[in-house]
Design a protein around this ligand. Structure first.
Ligand code: NDP
Length: 485
């Protein structure tokens, strides 16, 4: 019998599901069992061409609709997505292995928020009037054209919506390529958008690996590339886009600091560290994986942390009682196991976890290392798994310098009851998305993105509209033209 996760076809192009079985088969493995539950095919060059051609053909008519008309379709899609939240959450769990307890509140709901928010803003895009004596200039905020979205595997529904919603609100069309590790959810996003009335060709989904992504990025018809992925892939994609002078948004990895001062509420700080390291089994780009704890409270913090981590319910992700699921796939599990071994061999003190769980699927124990130093591999490299490094510090100046001593700059957090200190420290941290007495909140109303090697551009908020549009300025002369000859 066909598994309920099996999609109708591999791709969604020009308003319909499309199949081409001559593309390389991509098995969909359920991370909780290691069993294959579905299969799709990578896009062949003919499928890539079909998707780009339909995105290009649909763009002008889509941009010519009023913002109100475009927005109404996005908001209708948001309603459908909310109505189907349970089924979409189950699919997200099959795609990623994340527990239903999380997917019910963080994935289709967050995608619906983006569709509703940008749907609401679509009619608000305006230019300016600039008076110059009797002459004047007006500006028009225009769509960029055909955009490519490329996703990572940790939030397949959310990433498709975070890219698709602002792009479409501005009058662009999109070809979206999900990660080959999680090909299922973006197809549902496309189907729902079309059910809501989206014209054919405005949002297309094609499957494939990096080569399909590269074919999309280098096509001359494409005007913008928005990637969520690792920093090494980001550098490659940015370079390829630059060769065609395309616009980019790069949402890349991080090694973010979470700083806990000795006056912090310990339970809130522990809660922040748990949210910033173990949600989605640690597969979150903005995670605060370097937890700097001030000397005076370190042991108390570690004891409370170990106690609460011990309460994680590890098991069947479809059981709503489960609070900690498997890694997305075997390869990622092995990468993280390699980092855990590095932590042990480089002398970090294992507080809890540190091994694979003795059960089917790609489960790792939530792992905490203490006595981590800045030079250790686990303190320098993005692990993208449930491994928290706790580092000790003495003074504010010292911790700010150490927190910034990384190539990355996605997020940063501070826990303290001293708000003057909180703002002072956050002001000095080199990071794009920051938190005070909290960690990893990502409402659509707030800009999201990094500095340094963590990327360029911002997703969400009104900022995203700037990254999916451009300004045309028009000088209007009211009098005669003066010329030198
Ligand atoms: P990768 O960088 O491996 O891949 C990202 C996407 O790019 C995938 O769809 C991949 O295809 C595709 N790709 C790979 N090579 C190319 C290429 N040359 N041209 C075009 N596309 C290409 O990232 P992961 O999927 O492993 O995701 C994890 C990473 O994503 C982490 O570093 C994490 O920090 C980051 N991330 C960042 C977020 C942010 O908003 N800042 C949010 C979530 C994750 P395929 O994998 O199918 O081969």
């Amino acid at each position: 019998m066909t598994h309920p996760a099996q999609p109708k076809a591999s791709h969604f192009i020009n308003g319909a599901y499309v199949e081409d079985t001559s593309g390389t088969a991509i098995p969909v493995i359920y991370a909780a069992t290691g069993e294959q539950i579905a299969s799709v095919h990578a896009a062949t060059p003919a499928i890539v061409e079909q998707a780009l051609a339909s995105g290009k053909a649909a763009q002008q008519a889509w941009a010519a609709m009023t913002g109100m008309e475009r927005g109404r379709i996005l908001r209708r899609a948001a309603d459908i997505m909310r109505d189907r939240n349970h089924d979409l959450s189950v699919l997200e769990t099959y795609d990623t292995g994340k527990p239903l307890q999380e997917t019910l509140v963080a994935d289709a709901t967050s995608g619906a928020d983006a569709l509703e928010y940008f749907g609401g803003l679509a009619a608000s895009l305006t230019g300016e009037h600039i008076q110059l004596g009797e002459d004047w200039v007006y500006t028009i905020r225009e769509a960029l054209g055909l955009c490519v979205g490329i996703g990572a595997w940790n939030y397949p529904t959310q990433i498709a919506c975070w890219k698709g919603a602002p792009a479409l609100a501005c009058g662009n069309t999109m070809v979206f390529k999900p990660s080959e590790a999680t090909p299922l959810c973006a197809l549902q996003v496309a189907e729902i958008l079309h059910e809501a009335g989206l014209p054919a060709g405005v949002f297309n989904v094609v499957q494939g690996l990096g080569d399909v992504g590269a074919a999309l990025v280098t096509d001359p018809r494409v005007n913008k590339v928005s990637l969520t992925g690792s920093a090494p892939t980001g550098k490659k994609v940015y370079a390829a886009a630059a060769a065609g002078m395309k616009h980019v948004t790069m949402e890349l990895g991080g090694k973010s600091p979470l700083i806990i001062f000795d006056d912090a509420d310990i339970d809130n700080a522990v809660g922040g560290a748990i949210n910033g390291n173990f949600y989605s089994s640690g597969q979150v780009c903005s995670n605060g994986t370097r937890v700097f704890v001030q000397k005076g409270i370190k042991e108390k913090f570690l004891a409370r942390l170990a106690e609460r981590v011990g309460a994680a319910v590890i098991g069947d992700p479809l059981d709503e009682a489960t609070s900690f699921g498997p890694m997305v796939n075997e390869a990622q599990m092995n990468i993280v196991l390699g980092y855990i071994e590095k932590g042990k061999s480089e002398g970090a003190r294992l507080i809890c976890g540190g091994a694979r769980c003795d059960m089917p699927g790609w489960y790792l124990q939530p792992t905490v290392f203490a006595d981590v130093t800045d030079e250790m591999t686990i303190a320098r490299e993005e692990i993208f798994g449930p491994v928290m490094s706790v580092l000790e510090f003495d003074s504010e100046d010292e911790v700010v310098a150490r927190a910034n001593a990384t190539e990355f700059g996605l997020s940063a957090g501070v826990f303290t009851k001293d708000f003057a200190r909180a703002h002072r420290v956050i002001g000095q941290l080199e990071a794009g998305s920051c938190f005070i007495n909290s960690y990893n909140d990502a409402p659509v109303e707030a800009p999201f993105g990094g500095v340094k090697a963590s990327g360029v551009g911002r997703e969400n908020s009104k900022e995203a509209l700037k990254h999916f549009s451009q300004v045309k300025s028009v000088y209007v002369r009211m009098g005669d033209v003066e010329a030198a000859f």
